[in-house]
Design a binder for this molecule. Structure first.
Ligand code: G1P
Ligand code: ZN
Length: 543
């Protein structure tokens, strides 16, 4: 088998975003496009000869083709071994788990997370480092810099590798090991949670529904929830991973997971519902006719963590992304542990976990996780909730309401405006920046602005600084409005407006979040001149 050196020219758009490089499938299908990016990864990470790599993806359209290309390039670039999930499948948290367990030189994950898939849908690729977490900015910057210089890449001329049969084969001098994509991950889950107690809960008639949204978690949820924990067959819905996710939008929120929402809000609803996204790192938690916000979920997991065997020694600390509500901060304060506020994106949690500063972390965007891997983890959150439900023997809604009574309620919502013209979105953000100095001290109804800024973060471990991470308008009573542009979209711009108000008054805890936040929503529109600048009357998605 021959290594071919292929001449190429740089593409100028290979800058990784919040979570790797994401583009439409046809962009990735252009000659040399994927190859250039993969070679840029290999050139910048400089793995020692013979190093091992993990490779897998969420099964979306182009996953298998990309796996073949990457395998042949890994062989040509001197890797000694690649561990590939059977069928090219590995959920993002499972990939992180495999990297850590087998101590490989990181891994390549193929996913565009919750973005739709299919021939015209999205595809994505990212490199995770040796701790199993997303590459930090200095690595992604180096990859981007390399992609702008690249002149050639290396690929083995070889037949395709059989991806569906577990076992070891050779590709040139490199070993390819096809592994069971679920086994290592399921083993890790069993070591963290009280499977016996969850099994008893499910045997007692407690009914659950998990929506895999035709994405990667289907096989994981079937094995763990139905096989190992005994949930009746059919407890996992949309369990078959499909390359186009059944034409759905595999994002577990109230809008896109409406099938599950209708079941949990319908007659004879199950006791507990959950969903995960395209690559298995997000989660949505529902009780019977009750939605748990991701920000509350993080706080509640933290407050109840010692009920799960894997966390019975307590937590070192908690981290949340800046736009995530401060509910977790209140728990951290009560537990007398530190709470860190990081920019959006999981990559900022890795250093804190590696330095043992935090055990749990989470984002308002349906992401929760812990130091068991270095990615957020959808099924892990579901199992954590089931463990707590099994231990407390109360409905999910009661657990949340009791939490609010104890800590107060951080009323929270996010409004997304998707598919905006990039110019309009940029002008709105610029307008906010230009308004900073005039806004301070201004009164809007009951709210007075204390300060506004563009969030920046200094990593307490390596001192690296990340600026421009979102405009914060903070009011004197601690309420907040945050404006950010998405870094994961592939079409136009998405504006995210995050709204948060603290409500200590138990008498008001029953209020719907949109009602409780109505005044802040109005202020956000006014300050940003949203309607004038975007022409939009209402958000595309409310969570
Ligand atoms: C979004 C979420 C962010 C999450 C990321 C990857 O990024 O807001 O919290 O880490 O997806 O799942 P954004 O599109 O806002 O840049
Ligand atoms: Zn995801």
């Amino acid at each position: 088998m021959m290594i071919r050196t292929v001449s190429t020219q740089p593409f100028n758009d290979q800058k990784p975003g919040t979570s790797g490089l994401r583009k439409r499938v046809p962009v990735f299908q252009q000659p040399h496009y994927l190859e250039n990016f993969v070679q840029s990864i290999f050139d910048s990470i400089a793995a020692p000869r013979g190093a091992a790599l993990v490779l897998g993806g969420d099964g979306r359209y182009y996953n298998r083709e990309a796996i073949q290309i990457i395998l042949k390039m890994a062989a040509a670039n001197g890797f000694g071994k690649v561990l590939v999930g059977q069928g090219g499948i590995l959920s993002t948290p499972a990939a992180s788990c495999v990297i850590r367990k087998h101590q490989t030189f990181g891994g390549i994950i193929l996913s565009a997370s919750h973005n739709p898939g299919g021939p015209e849908g999205d595809f994505g690729i990212k490199y995770n480092v040796t701790n199993g977490g997303p590459a930090p900015e200095k690595v992604t910057e180096a990859i981007y810099a390399r992609s702008k210089q690249i002149a050639e890449y290396f690929i083995l001329d070889a037949p395709d590798v059989a991806l569906d049969k577990i076992g070891v084969s050779k590709l040139g001098d490199m070993q390819v090991e096809i592994i069971d994509p679920v086994a290592d991950y399921a083993g890790l889950m069993a070591s963290l949670f009280d499977f016996g107690a969850i099994r008893n809960l499910l045997a007692s008639g407690f009914r659950i529904k998990f929506d895999a949204m035709h994405a990667v978690t289907g096989p994981y949820a079937r094995e763990i929830l139905e096989q190992q924990l005994g949930a009746p067959a059919g407890s996992v819905m949309n369990a078959e991973p499909l390359p186009d996710f059944g034409k759905g939008h595999p994002d577990p929120n109230l809008t896109y997971a409406h099938e599950l929402v209708e079941i949990l809000y319908g007659d004879n609803a199950p006791d507990f519902g959950a969903a995960s996204d395209g690559d298995g790192d997000r989660n949505m938690i529902l009780g019977k006719k009750f939605f748990v916000t991701p920000s509350d979920s993080l706080a509640i997991l933290a407050a109840n963590a010692t009920l799960a065997p894997g966390y019975k020694a307590g937590l070192a600390g908690i981290a949340r992304s800046m736009p995530t509500s401060a509910a977790a901060d209140r728990v951290a304060q009560a537990l007398d542990i530190p709470c860190f506020e990081t920019p959006t994106g999981w990559k900022f949690f890795g250093n804190l976990m590696d330095a043992d500063k935090v055990t749990l972390c989470g984002e308002e965007s349906f992401g929760t996780g812990s130091n068991h891997v270095r990615e957020k983890d959808g099924l892990w959150a579901v199992l954590f909730w089931l463990n707590i439900l099994a231990a407390r023997k109360q409905p999910a809604e009661n657990i949340v309401r009791e939490h609010w009574v104890k800590f107060g309620r951080n009323v929270y919502s996010r409004h997304d405006y998707e598919g905006l013209p990039t110019d309009a979105a940029n002008s709105l953000m610029q307008h906010l920046h230009d308004s900073f100095s005039g806004l301070r001290g201004q009164q809007f109804g009951q709210y007075e602005i204390q300060f506004c800024d563009d969030f920046s973060y200094t990593d307490p471990v390596d001192g690296s600084v990340s600026t421009g991470q979102g405009v914060r308008i903070i009011f004197t009573d601690g309420s907040r409005i945050v404006f950010r542009l998405s870094g994961t979209g592939t079409e136009g711009a998405t504006l995210r407006i995050y709204l948060e108000a603290y409500e200590p008054d138990i008498a008001k805890h029953h209020l719907d979040a949109q009602t409780a936040l109505a005044e802040l929503i109005r202020i956000a529109e006014e300050i940003s001149q949203l309607r004038k600048r975007t022409g939009r009357e209402k958000p595309t998605v409310i969570t």
